[in-house]
Design a protein around this ligand. Sequence first.
Ligand code: ADP
Ligand code: MG
Length: 452
Amino acid sequence: MNNSLWQSVLGEIELSVSHANFKTWFRDTELLSYDNGTATIGVVNVFAKSQLEKRFDTQIREILKKNNPDIKDVNYKVKNTKKKITSRETTASLRDRANELISRAPVNAKTPTANTTLNPRYTFDNFVVGSCNDLAYTACQAAAANPGAKYNPLFIYGGVGLGKTHLIQAVGNAIIKRDPKMKVAYVSSETFMKEFLDSIRFKIAGFSDKYRNVDVLIVDDMQFIAGKEKTQEEFFHTFNALHQANKQIIISSDKPPRSIPTLTERLRSRFEWGMAIDIQMPDFETRCVIIETKASMSGVTLERQTVEYLAQNIKTNVRELEGALNQLLAYSEMRGTTPDAATAEGLLGNVRSTRPQHLTAKQIIDKTARHFQIDSKEMCSSKRDKYIATPRQIAMYLLRSELHMSFPRIAQELGRKDHTTAIHSVNKIEKAIKLDLTIREQVAEIREKLYA
Ligand code: ADP
Ligand code: MG
C-alpha cells in the first residue's frame, strides 16, 4: 500500500520537475513507513537526501498530503545504512570532497598518468543522470549488479570529458564495495600497451596472467590501441580468456567499435558481441543539475542565476563545466566573496569570447534545416510531410534543450499556433533519442554544428 501511494506521488512529481532532476534525485526512492502521520522517505544516498530536503521538500509534502491527508510530516532517510553516517560526518566528508575538488588540476590540465587502481571519487552516487547518459548509466549499473551476466563486453563511447571514465570506474567501485574480494583491474589501453611492450623488452614474466586472472577488467580509452597490432593481439587473447570464464569486460572509447580505425576485424567483432552505448553532452537542465550537485559537494549552494549562467556558457563538456565551477568557488573563497554570476562572468570572459556568445532560435532552425537539406521556410510552414516533420521536431527539441525556451515560444518560432504540438515534439524526440541511434546521432551532429 505504501508503495502504491508513493508511486502515485512520484507520478505527479515527474510531471513537475525536469527529467534530469527526477532521474537523479527520485530514482530508487521509496516510502519506508508512515506512523502517526509522519512519512519516511527512503533515499539512496546523502546527496539525494540533501537535495530532496533543500529543493523538493515543499513539493513532496504537498503532493503527499494531497494523496493522503493523514500525512502531517515528512522526513528523509538514507537506505542501506550499513555504514551509518551522522550528519557531522557527512558534512566533514563533503568538505573533504570539496577540498579535493578545489585542489584538483585546473581545466584542460593533462589527465594524470593512468594507474591500475580505481579512483574512489567516481561513484554512481555522484553521477548525474540525464537523457544524454541514462542508457549508459543503466547498463553500467546492470554490469555492477551482475558482472559478466548481461552486457559482456560493455562498451561505452563518447566525446572527451563526458563522464566515461567516471561511469566505468563507478562499476568497479560498486563491485568492490559489495564484495572486497572481487579482483577488479582498471587500466588505460595505453598503460596496457606499455606494460605489454615492457614485458617483451625486459623479458618480464607474468604479464599475460596479470589481466587474465581478474573478475572484472576495465579498459579505458580503447581508441589508443588503434594501429598497435601486437598489443591488439595480446588484448584479443586476454579478452577471450576472460569472456570464456564469464568475467565482466568494460571498455571505453571516443568512438563506437565500427569507427575505430585500424582495429583488427576480430577484435572489432568481439567488441560488438556485447552492448555499445554512447554518452552525449548533457542538455541545459542536466548541466544545471551537475553544477548544483558539484557545488553542494563543496558545501556551497549557488543562486539559480549563477547555475544558469555556467550552464548556458559552457557547452563543451562536463570536465570544463566542473573546471569553471571549481575556478569560481576557489576564486570566491580566496576573495571572501559570494560565487555569483557576475564573478563567473568575469572569470569566464576569455572562455566565452572564443565561442559563439548568443545562440539564437533562428540559428538553431537554420542549421537544423540545413543539416537535413531542406528549406527553413518550409520547416516553419504547415507542411506535414515526414521529411519535414522530423527535422521540425528536432528543431523544437533543440530550442528547448539549448535555449531553454517555453513551449509557446517554441511553437511560435516554428509557425505553429498550438503549444501542445511543441510539447509533443520535444517529448517525442527525447524518447526517440533513447531508442533510435540515427536520431541520436543526428541530434548530436546538429548540436556540434551549433557550437562549431
Ligand atoms: P571522459 O572519461 O569521458 O573524458 P570523465 O569521466 O573524466 O570524462 O569526466 C570528466 C569530469 O566530469 C569528471 O570529473 C567527472 O566526475 C565529471 N562528470 C562527467 N559526467 C558527469 C555526470 N553525469 N555527473 C557528475 N559528474 C560528471
Ligand atoms: Mg576518460
